[in-house]
Design a protein around this ligand. Structure first.
Ligand code: DQA
Length: 147
């Protein structure tokens, strides 16, 4: 499978940023471990602080074709970006929403995700393993012919 791992604002700071919440691994560590854990899949990794760049990336892979799914940690955009929600709705490639932290165990403003309803599913609270579970979810969907 060809999988895009897409990370939004502030996830470039992993490793330095609130390690008690997000752990000690950097985004590069997480990405490397994904490639190592799933050598049978091909990964593309993209992170941006910019909402527009994330939307453009989604449209780019949709138009290019050949991608089987997206593992998306949208960061804070999760909670308010209707533009991101609309972009996910506008593409046919399945998107799995992931979060390192359990957003439901945190501040109330994080309990609401405006993208969940248009994602294939949500994985939240398992640290870096959330990304691995996201890949497994896409594999399960593909094996059921849902991607
Ligand atoms: C996050 C949770 C969001 O609420 C937060 O804004 C992030 C990271 C997570 O991975 O736990 O930037 O998506």
């Amino acid at each position: 499978m060809s999988i895009l791992v897409l990370n939004g604002p502030n996830l470039s700071r992993l490793g330095k940023r609130e390690p008690e919440v997000y752990g000690n691994k950097t985004l590069d560590d997480i990405n490397r471990e994904l490639s190592e854990s799933f050598p049978e899949h091909s990964f593309e990794f993209f992170q941006s602080e910019d909402e527009g760049a994330l939307l453009e990336k989604l449209f780019h892979i949709e138009d290019k074709g050949g991608y089987h799914g997206v593992v998306l940690n949208a960061g804070a955009l999760t909670h308010y970006s209707i533009a991101l929600r609309d972009a996910i709705s506008a593409i046919t490639i399945p998107v799995v929403e992931v979060h390192l932290s359990n957003i439901y165990a945190r501040e109330e403003f994080r309990h609401k995700s405006v993208i969940s309803a248009v994602c294939a599913g949500v994985i939240s609270g398992f640290g870096a393993n959330s990304y691995h579970l996201g890949v497994r979810a896409l594999m399960g969907m593909a094996s059921q012919g849902r991607s």
